[in-house]
Design a protein around this ligand. Structure first.
Ligand SMILES: C[S@@+](CC[C@H](N)C(=O)[O-])C[C@H]1O[C@@H](n2cnc3c(N)ncnc32)[C@H](O)[C@@H]1O
Length: 266
């Protein structure tokens, strides 16, 4: 897992929306969770989100990501190496927790449930969490539709296309999972001519080439629909809802899952 993220770190500057959260997303976290007076725990070291909260502790298992992406510790924010499933905080001690795309990068439903359990354990009774989702639509696009949309200039960034390909490539996979190697294979089948894709969309070849990082990775992503994620989350929280994060490309698949009233299960 950390090798996968270290490889991604090396081309971080070539990534873009929706993987890197646009300003609208940052505003949505603030609007929905009212973070400005709170100490915020962040899953991952997403640089765009580091201004949120009065103070922040970011938790990431990868020392390379902390060294390479985190903008640096200050009086009000720090990053610590740690595991989201075994957080370095006492139970019921966290006011506010955020995470960008976290549920998609950990894999199958048992791990998603373990993550919800970990968040519920960490949050104070009146605490709140917001996780931006990458959720596939209930009715999935066909690969031909995605290809036509991209070649017609209807996809905002290569990274939006990558997620659209991933969502079509999942097929009927249990738990809505897809190994990242499968995303690459489907992309190569749908867009065998990268130069044509580049010419038709204006995306630089090195940006398209970022997908090569999936070739030797054993990581499994998931793109569960919102209804499935809500069903998983309500086992751990009494108050679960979705909030829009804006109007950027693919925003309709990237709402904030807002979690409150953690159940005390253990
Ligand atoms: C926040 S997530 C997603 C980032 C980005 N928005 C995207 O969609 O690609 C990426 C980070 O999660 C970290 N990570 C993944 N699983 C983790 C775990 N179980 N514990 C701590 N960090 C983890 C990785 O090291 C990486 O820095």
């Amino acid at each position: 897992m950390t090798e996968h993220w270290n490889a991604i770190r090396k081309h971080w500057q070539l990534l873009g929306s929706p993987l890197r959260p646009p300003a609208q997303v940052v505003e949505a976290y603030e609007r929905e969770l009212e973070l400005s007076q709170s100490h915020v725990v962040m899953f991952g070291v997403t640089p765009e989100l580091t201004g949120l909260g009065a103070t922040m502790t970011a938790v990431d298992e990868s020392p390379d990501m902390i060294a390479g992406i985190w903008p640096g510790d200050t009086d009000t924010r720090k990053a610590v190496q740690g595991d989201w499933f075994d957080l370095p905080f006492p139970g019921a001690s966290v006011d506010a927790l955020i995470g960008d795309g976290c549920l998609s990068v950990i894999g199958a439903a048992d791990l998603r449930r373990a993550l919800f359990a970990s968040i519920a354990r960490a949050l104070k009774s009146d605490g709140r969490a917001g996780i931006r989702l990458y959720a596939c639509p209930e009715t999935r696009d066909e690969p031909q539709q995605v290809r036509a949309l991209a070649l017609a200039g209807g996809v905002s960034t290569f990274h939006e296309l990558k997620w659209r390909v991933a969502m079509t490539a999942m097929g009927g996979a249990p738990d809505y999972t897809i190994p990242v190697t499968g995303i690459l294979e489907h992309f190569d089948r749908m867009f065998p001519d990268r130069e044509e894709l580049s010419a038709r969309t204006g995306w630089e070849l090195p940006v398209i080439g970022t997908i090569e990082v999936y070739r030797n990775s054993s990581v499994v992503y998931s793109f569960a629909p919102t209804a499935a994620l809500i069903k998983e989350a309500v086992a751990f929280f009494d108050d679960v809802r979705l909030a829009s994060t804006g109007t950027y490309g693919l925003a309709e698949c990237c709402p904030l899952l807002v979690l409150r009233s953690p159940k005390r299960l253990d």
